[in-house]
Design a binder for this molecule. Structure first.
Ligand code: ATP
Length: 427
């Protein structure tokens, strides 16, 4: 386990210095636990989301997507049980009045001052606001705490327009909000975050089989698509008394973060709980038998921000005199960087611009002409750029360039005309 505070500090500092993640509202003194993704962070995050959508929606026949409103009719949250039961146990220190989530603290004394705690009370995590000019109960609405409910509420519309048959899934990527008692650990736990979720509709008899299939899919996503090291991932079968109110079985996929092992993703068997709560009549009819029923649901769910954090942890490496993010090329914000050997030779700069513009049509490309080549390599290593291309005097004669590999640091001469295909193959 990469278990040290120092590593977290290094990652936070790299994120800020290189434009992955900034503290939110910083010029106004910041806002606790709010973060903004910078130019490189948004590329990394979008790569994760796009790969997920391609992998789980576009490449499958049994999946469709939606993009629903963040604020839904409050009746949705009444029916789903969130207003009543989406709670965490809160304790308060009697001495310093700091508040903690009772299920997340190990000691019986306050970690800040050693004081005694109050008895735990249930704290609802729904984030409230008002729609319209009057701030009263009638106009109270909630930011969604999960994307999932929209898949249930839109179930009939999706069914009627997509002609999908059980088993099939509805996928969504979007923001969710929870009034967390103790946000923290950088982007691990915030009050505003992003989820990638699938509600997969099945017949009840198939739930165990489908649950196992999705578990495999989630492992494959973590190891094959994100490239996370298997050693850092663990399955936790969530015990009865700790499962969400809707779940009959839940597995948390946990990751060894530097602050400890904690949930990266979840997989839950939600039974027919949600569809039954939202629809008076069974919303699904078997086309062949005419039987009407409530499909059951397997829900694999992925946090986007926790994905970004795990990917950064796994990729971060310090080697001799360089820091390198060994990101899978498909995740890297820039796929390639282009350098003219010397900044003050217009013919080199012009040629480098030409190669840069050519590659830009297909990839995200950085251009750098500052300092010496060694420094430029290290600067790209630190943000995970898998390839660097240098244009030198030989290029002008032979139309070839030096291609340098981030991980092996090996350099080879490549024809400009072969560059695009070679990078495409590796990305
Ligand atoms: P936790 O036990 O950490 O509070 P949870 O079990 O309540 O999480 P789920 O309801 O299963 O979380 O949410 C699905 C996914 O959304 C999680 O696996 C996680 O990746 C992500 N997630 C949940 N809460 C947050 C948060 N406050 N900040 C960032 N990501 C979150």
């Amino acid at each position: 386990m990469k278990n040290n505070q120092e590593l977290m500090e290094k990652i936070v500092s790299l994120c800020k210095r290189r434009g992955f993640v900034f503290p939110g509202s910083e010029i106004y003194g910041g806002m606790a636990n709010s973060f903004d993704y910078g130019p490189l962070g948004v590329e990394l995050k979008n790569n994760i989301k796009n790969l997920w959508w391609k992998h789980f929606v576009h490449e499958r026949d049994d999946m469709v997507g939606i993009d629903a409103a963040l604020i839904m009719n409050p009746k949705v949250w009444q029916a789903s049980g969130h207003l009543e039961t989406f709670n965490d146990p809160l304790v308060e220190c009697k001495k310093c009045h700091h508040r903690f989530r009772a299920d997340k603290i190990e000691s019986k004394k306050c970690p800040d001052c050693g004081g005694e705690f109050t008895k735990p009370k249930q704290f609802n995590l729904m984030l409230k606001t008002f729609l319209g000019p009057v701030e009263d109960a009638e106009n109270t609405v909630y930011f969604r705490p999960e994307t999932a409910q929209a898949m249930f509420v839109d179930f009939k519309n999706v069914l009627e327009t997509s002609r999908k048959k059980v088993p099939f899934g509805i996928a969504q990527i979007g923001k969710a909000f929870r009034n967390e008692i103790t946000p923290g650990n950088f982007i691990f736990r915030t009050r505003e975050f992003e989820q990638m979720e699938i509600e997969y509709f099945i017949e009840e008899k198939d739930w165990k089989k489908v649950f196992e299939e999705w578990k495999k899919e989630m492992w494959s996503w973590m190891t094959d698509v994100l490239g996370l090291d298997k050693k850092n991932i663990h399955e936790l079968d969530v015990p009865d008394n700790e499962r969400a109110h809707y779940s009959k079985k839940t597995i948390d996929l946990e990751y060894d973060f530097s602050f400890g092992r904690d949930e990266l993703y979840g997989l839950a068997y939600r039974t027919d709980f949600d569809l039954k709560n939202h629809y008076k009549e069974p919303p699904y009819e078997d086309a062949e038998t005419g039987e009407k029923f409530y499909p059951h649901v397997i829900e694999p769910t992925w946090g986007v921000d926790r994905s970004v954090l795990a990917v950064l942890y796994d990729a971060y490496a310090e080697e001799k005199d360089r820091v390198v993010l060994k990101l899978k090329p498909s995740l890297a914000p820039y796929k390639v960087a282009v350098f003219p050997l010397l900044k003050n030779k217009p013919e080199l700069v012009e040629k480098a611009r030409e190669v840069y513009n050519m590659l830009k049509r297909e990839f995200t490309v950085a251009f750098d002409d500052r300092g010496n080549i060694g420094k430029r390599y290290y600067s790209q290593d630190e943000i995970g750029t898998p390839f660097c291309v240098t244009i030198d005097f030989d290029t002008l004669e032979k139309n070839d360039v030096t291609l340098r590999d981030r991980d092996t640091m090996k350099q080879e001469r490549i024809k400009i005309s072969d560059l695009g295909n070679l990078i495409k193959e590796k990305v």
